[in-house]
Write a protein that binds this ligand. Structure first.
Ligand code: NAD
Ligand code: DAU
Length: 357
């Protein structure tokens, strides 16, 4: 079958990427979706098992830093679109292992850009009909004071952690490829996502899992840092909209307009999980354990998504109460997923499914 478009989605076995893959495979049967993922500790093919047999879905295990492999994939599938989510994504890991973040997030993005550039330049139509979409984070803007206005697309970059420095650097490379070579690119900077399939090193799934299993919940510092939380499926919807409608060189902020102090979100989750499990109110409040603060911990993130809302009409579909309740339900209903992830068994999933290919 000749597909209308051939789109590589990188990091499609991870948290956000899996929701983007599912949306694109199901919504656009006329597109071929090529999921390119190395399956690091954070990648899990179970996350996309429900679309694995779709005729318009292809999975390739590959490292985005491997330039010849990326070039070969672009050529093999006549790729005309890239939606790039693969990354090292956890701030705490970046503090102990910054090299991995520079390698994957900076060199990996550069390798994909260069592969797309060389493939697209060689086609008769050049950049026409092509798009390189880079998924980035609000953390590139640095930290806000409690009373500062929210981040806009014009806020200067000021990353603090090795993670955000690597993402900022990758954003600069994407802009450089637009400005230097005229490559059609778009960048989005999104706030904290939550929802099904998030690796339990991140705050929300970690808290849900620890309440279920009555394990201590580490709250960094005094728990007063503020994050803006967005339901992952709303992020995936925004990515679809922007991929199809952005002007080359454009960037958009994406956010939930939903700021929470960490300690308040932790208490809310404890109470919702306990209520779902029929435990008395307050039964697990003593799981909260204040621990040494994260080094360089950004105080507050908050996103002004006016540009996206006014230009493309996007807004979050779910109220936080509904989103967090649905998320808790998902983790309770998929306890086996969480148990396998936390046991490390997911690492063998690929070998079990596909042998040692
Ligand atoms: P994740 O850690 O859950 O998934 C990352 C995926 O990338 C995994 O499947 C992993 O196997 C894959 N990967 C890692 N290194 C690779 C490599 N060298 N080659 C190929 N694949 C590789 O991440 P996530 O939370 O889903 O985040 C996805 C993207 O969105 C990242 O770029 C992140 O910076 C950005 N982002 C995340 C959030 C959030 O709240 N999680 C918010 C804003 C932006
Ligand atoms: O803002 C977008 C970013 O959100 C993404 O770019 C990152 O990929 C994603 O990991 C996330 O970064 P954060 O550092 O904000 O998320 P995390 O879930 O690690 O932490 C959320 C807040 O909770 C933060 O203030 C640190 C705090 N925290 C986190 C953990 C894991 C705790 O207090 N205890 C914990 O155990």
């Amino acid at each position: 079958m000749k597909y209308q478009r051939n789109i590589i989605i990188t990091g499609g076995a991870g948290f956000i990427g899996s929701h983007v893959v599912r949306l694109m495979v199901q919504k656009y049967p006329q597109y071929r979706i090529i999921n390119v993922d190395l399956l690091t500790y954070a990648g899990n093919l179970e996350n996309v098992a429900d679309v694995a047999d779709a005729p318009n879905y292809v999975f390739r295990r590959a490292d985005i830093t491997d330039y010849p492999a990326m070039l070969a994939l672009m050529e093999e599938f006549s790729v005309d679109g890239v939606i790039h989510l693969a990354a090292e994504s956890h701030v705490d890991r970046s503090i102990t292992d910054p090299f991995s973040f520079a390698r994957t997030n900076v060199m990996g993005t550069l390798s994909l850009l260069q592969a797309a550039l060389n493939t697209w330049k060689a086609t008769p139509e050049g950049f026409s009909g092509k798009m390189f979409y880079h998924i980035s984070t609000d953390e590139v803007y640095g930290a806000l004071e409690m009373d500062s206005p929210m981040f806009t697309e014009k806020t200067p970059y000021s990353p603090h952690s090795p993670y955000s420095a690597s993402k900022a650097s990758s954003d600069h490379f994407v802009r450089a490829f637009h400005d230097t070579y005229g490559m059609p690119t778009v960048i989005t900077n999104c706030s904290n996502n939550y929802g099904p399939n998030q690796f339990p090193e991140k705050l929300i799934p970690l808290v849900i899992n620890n309440v279920i299993n009555r394990k201590p919940i580490p709250v960094y510092g005094r728990g007063l840092n503020v994050r803006d939380w967005l339901y992952v499926k709303d992020h995936a919807r925004a990515i679809d909209l922007i991929f199809h409608n952005a002007q080359p060189g454009e960037s958009f902020n994406i956010g939930g307009c939903n700021e929470w102090r960490n300690i308040d979100i932790v208490k809310l989750i404890i109470s919702l999980v306990d209520s779902r499990l029929g435990r008395p109110e307050g039964a697990d409040d003593d799981l909260i354990t204040y621990v040494t603060d994260r080094a360089g911990h950004d105080l507050r993130y908050a996103i002004d998504a006016t540009h996206l809302t006014s230009k493309l009409g996007w807004k979050p579909s779910l109220q936080f109460r509904q989103g967090i309740s649905e998320t808790i339900d998902w983790y309770l209903d998929n306890k086996d997923w969480m148990d396998r992830i936390t046991a490390g068994e997911y690492k063998n999933y690929y070998s079990r499914m596909y042998g040692d290919k």
